[in-house]
Design a binder for this molecule. Structure first.
Ligand code: DGL
Length: 287
């Protein structure tokens, strides 16, 4: 059968923004669901495809090149699923990949990234000492350094960087309330409290799931801040700018379709069950 060339109208239709397409959301693991649930609630008409690279989590201890390569593969997968835009719901991946991804896909595939919410913490801190809990790779990246230079330094605010390689695996295992996790949080956060920090920035998308535990330990001393709602608002603005907002009431049964690169889908499903608000409809599939 002879192939027919697409008509001018078909070519134009294929290149037009499609508001009915899903939003792609990516994280190394299940942490980005803290962002996905904010987006699902802020934009209830939107369908979400969430990709968790559970075969390679954690990204935090990896080199910049490894993080960039794994992130590029994940975003290409979401692009191939027909997503209209993508949110890199991972501070670590954003730190090494945003420039590359935006150059690669250009304007017709908007890429929204994350940086720890240091700016609002700096602007509100009374003690002028702000702690940031993030992965070692996020602190090596340029994005957070830029926020320090632009906001913390001019306002005389000291940033205390805090890292732990154990917290992400504990959240992935659903062990955020375990004695081990509480002990680690106490060990790493007490020095920041002793140095006068009044804000703690949760600079990794896994860490909003540690909020109840941290509040129990330091609720009276540290105000917690994360990027979830700000990213949901920014996503709405970007979709509006590119005429990509979906205005039709959402009727499908599943709002967040989660895909996992790892094998253990059942275990991940059980962990997510405890993290997701009841009214957000989701499902898990192996890629
Ligand atoms: N959730 C990711 C972030 O926001 C990092 C987790 C990891 O180390 O893979 O930085």
């Amino acid at each position: 059968m002879a192939l027919t060339q697409p008509t001018m109208t078909e070519t134009l239709a294929a290149s037009l923004p499609n508001p009915n397409a899903p939003i792609g959301i990516f994280d190394s693991g299940i942490g980005g669901l803290s962002v996905a649930q904010e987006i699902a609630q802020y934009l209830p008409n939107e369908r979400i495809i969430y990709f968790a690279d559970t075969a390679h989590v954690p990204y935090g201890p990896r080199t910049g090149d490894e993080i960039r390569k794994l992130t590029a593969q994940a975003i290409e997968w979401l692009y191939q699923q027909g997503c209209k835009a993508v949110v890199v719901a991972c501070n670590t991946a954003s730190a090494f990949s945003l420039d590359y991804l935006r150059d690669h896909y250009g304007e017709h595939f908007p890429i929204i990234g994350l940086v720890p919410a240091l700016k609002p913490a700096v602007l509100h801190s009374k003690s002028k000492v702000v702690a940031v809990l993030a992965t070692p790779a996020t602190f090596r990246g340029q994005l957070i350094q830029d926020v320090v230079t632009k906001f913390a330094v001019p306002l005389g605010v000291k940033m205390l960087p805090i890292t732990s390689l154990e917290l992400v695996p504990l959240v992935e295992a659903g062990r955020q309330f375990s004695d081990e996790c509480i002990q680690i949080l106490q060990n790493i956060l007490q020095p920041a409290v002793d140095q006068g920090a009044d804000y703690l920035v949760l600079g990794c998308t896994h860490y909003p799931f540690l909020k109840p535990a941290i509040e129990q330990l330091y609720g009276s001393q540290l105000k917690l801040i994360d990027s979830g709602l700000a990213v949901a608002r920014q996503t709405a603005q970007i979709l509006l700018k590119y005429n990509l907002l979906r205005n039709v009431k959402f009727t499908d049964s599943t709002q967040i379709q989660c895909y996992m690169s790892g094998e253990d889908t059942e275990r991940v499903r059980m962990v997510i069950q405890h993290l997701m608000p009841l009214h957000v409809r989701w499902n898990v599939i192996k890629t």
